[in-house]
Ligand binder design. Structure first.
Ligand code: HEC
Length: 568
């Protein structure tokens, strides 16, 4: 790396630097500002510019505007040496380097970009799905068989397996590794196999290995299709500051990240038996080992929630059961299932703890066999420790659409009365289970096979959820029993979760696109914010105590916690 001298550096006195934005607002003084240009495009909008102070775990990113201008406020960068990086698909920085930020003056950086030597290495999963030939069904099978769940599609398209070799390899891979695996944390399965794929010899999800070998490098050693890229963000999408906090365990795989009322961010690790707390003010992280209630079975967790009192609730996933963590005493309390409903294959993947005050009970989602074959959610009475297993689909009238569609509950959520909502990932259904009578009602979202994945209930008891398979946000209003749907601006985004903020705006993120998505549900306006690094965006959360609100998510593939602060 070259030093700061490699940048064309013009020093300006920061006191004189109070630029007025295109929105007419006075901007805070900059610690570091400049312009991004390339020969091909001149000034470039929508380029993510990142600054990471040497020796720290925090990366701050801003996005260039229509004039190619970017600016890091003084409040975000103190003095010291920063390494500079950019993200703009198809481009690289001419001369990567470091820059010294001082206390007195703002540095003016002239960032010049050139066409990337290897465009393919930069494509997101969304861009691979856009580029690949194939029917919607073939592409869909790729997503549905989770070929971008444990690693990115880069592994798939760069491979050289023919169809037969693929069948053998996929079978080995899916039987050997847990879903908590990532490229930086490969985890071998110990407990029973939870998902069956046709390529493993079963009758489960279909892996089309002919198709896989037609989009990789096996036939000609190159891709016979043009590589397509998403347009960079413009306008409001550039008005954002993104902060990435590296976790101390380099192999951490933060799945869910949630913010508590004190502004602390809690995450659960998808592979290892830890939860952790990030203090965004100091960037300090504390990890707490979660008890293994079923030693010898797979570790890792998929869902952590914070309740009104600030206690954390964790679904123990393959360890099966529930854990509560009290941040004051830093102690865990656990609830185990009775033996008769706790075979090795039992998993408790999701927890809804937001309304447990209503009746002293907590819902958990999961199953006790292979995915999709044995359904039934769980509820535990916190005082008595008594568990109930609810077979909600048994209430569907025989022969009715609700009874005959395939089912597999992914997420769950509770309303203010602690009634349960299940999200049916295998179809388009939401199921509501009455907390008092345990009677189930079935509601089909308008788009068939939309794949409701995870979601949350807002202050008006409306249910907001991600329609993963069709890249839409869904909303169910229990007063009218009607749905509304909004289509994300970027196809193949694959949103995982959705949450409404205090202003009635709704937030999600593309698991495949590395973009955070904000919806104004009144006007239908969407804003997409780009992220500085490949980020498998899953659970999303907002901190409503700030203005504008602050968005948080975990980056399980990048061992970091990501904060997105829109500027308007
Ligand atoms: C349960 C997690 C998981 C899922 C789901 C998954 N993979 Fe993998 N895959 C892995 C792991 C772990 C590795 C790396 C193995 C290693 O490095 O030893 C890998 C590696 C690969 C490789 C590279 C192999 C090589 O020889 O370099 C290819 C190709 C691949 N996966 C294809 C797929 C396809 C196609 C799918 C969808 C059918 C898929 N993966 C789904 C876990 C997964």
């Amino acid at each position: 790396m070259k030093s700061m001298q490699s940048f064309a550096l013009i020093v300006v006195f920061w006191a004189a630097l109070w630029p007025v934005s295109s929105f007419g607002k006075v901007e805070p003084p900059a610690a570091l500002a400049g312009r991004v240009t390339s020969q091909e495009e001149g000034p470039m909008e929508g380029v993510v510019v990142s600054a990471k102070k040497q020796g720290t775990t925090v990366t701050i990113s801003v996005v260039s505007d229509a004039q190619g201008r970017f600016s890091f406020p003084r409040t975000r960068l103190d003095s010291g040496g920063y390494s500079i990086a950019i993200r703009a698909v198809g481009y690289e920085l001419d001369e990567p380097g470091t820059v010294e930020v001082g206390t007195q003056k703002a540095n003016e950086l002239d960032l010049k970009l050139h066409k990337a030597a290897d465009l393919s290495a930069q494509l997101t999963n969304t861009e691979w799905l856009m580029s690949m030939p194939g029917t919607p069904q073939q592409k869909w099978d790729l997503v549905y068989t989770d070929c971008l769940g444990c690693h990115s599609l880069q592994r798939v398209v760069r491979s050289r397996y023919n169809a037969d070799e693929f069948a053998k390899f996929v079978s080995y891979m899916l039987q050997t590794f847990t879903g908590g695996s990532t490229s930086h944390h490969v985890q071998k399965r110990i407990g029973p196999l939870r998902t069956v794929y046709a390529a493993t010899g079963g009758t489960g999800r279909h892996v089309d290995t002919e198709y896989l070998s037609s989009v990789n490098l096996s036939k000609t050693g190159k891709w016979d299709y043009p590589l397509k890229t998403l347009p960079r963000v413009t306008g409001r999408g550039t008005r954002v500051i993104v902060t990435e906090y590296d976790l101390p365990r380099a192999d951490a795989t933060p799945h869910d990240a949630v913010v508590d009322r004190k502004g602390m961010v809690w995450y659960c690790d998808f592979g290892e038996q830890y939860i952790g707390k990030l203090d965004p003010k100091t960037a300090k992280v504390a990890d707490f080992p979660v008890p293994q209630v079923k030693p010898g079975l797979d570790t890792g967790m998929n869902d952590i929630e914070v309740d009104r009192d600030g206690s954390l609730w964790v679904a123990l996933f393959n360890q099966a059961g529930l854990a509560k963590f009290d941040p004051k005493t830093q102690k865990f309390q656990t609830w185990r299932l009775p033996k008769e409903i706790d075979p090795d294959a039992r998993r408790t993947v999701f927890v809804a703890s937001n309304a447990h005050e209503a009746d002293g009970k907590i819902w958990l989602g999961g199953g006790r066999g292979v995915w999709g074959t044995d359904l039934g959610q769980l509820r535990v009475d916190l005082k008595t420790g008594k568990w109930e297993e609810i077979h909600e689909w048994a209430d569907a009238a025989p022969g009715s659409p609700a009874a005959t569609r395939p089912h597999g509950i992914y997420g769950i959520a509770a309303d203010s009365k602690n009634n349960l909502y299940d999200f049916d990932y295998e179809s388009e259904y939401l199921v509501k289970v009455d907390a008092k009578t345990l009677k189930a009602s079935f509601y089909a979202a308008p788009t068939i096979n939309s794949g409701p994945r995870r979601g949350h209930v807002d202050a008006q008891d409306r249910v907001w959820f991600a329609e993963h398979h069709v890249s839409k946000i869904g909303m169910f209003d229990p007063r009218t029993e009607q749905f509304k749907e909004w289509t994300l601006p970027t196809p193949f985004s694959n949103p995982y979760d959705a949450v409404a903020d205090k202003n009635g705006e709704v937030w999600t993120g593309g698991m495949a696109s590395d973009r955070v998505v904000r919806l104004n549900s009144k006007t239908g306006e969407f804003v997409e914010y780009p992220l500085p690094r490949p980020t498998n965006i899953r659970r999303v959360d907002v901190d409503n105590s700030t203005n504008p609100v602050t968005f948080w998510t975990g980056n399980k593939d990048g061992a970091s916690i990501v904060k997105v602060e829109p500027l308007d």
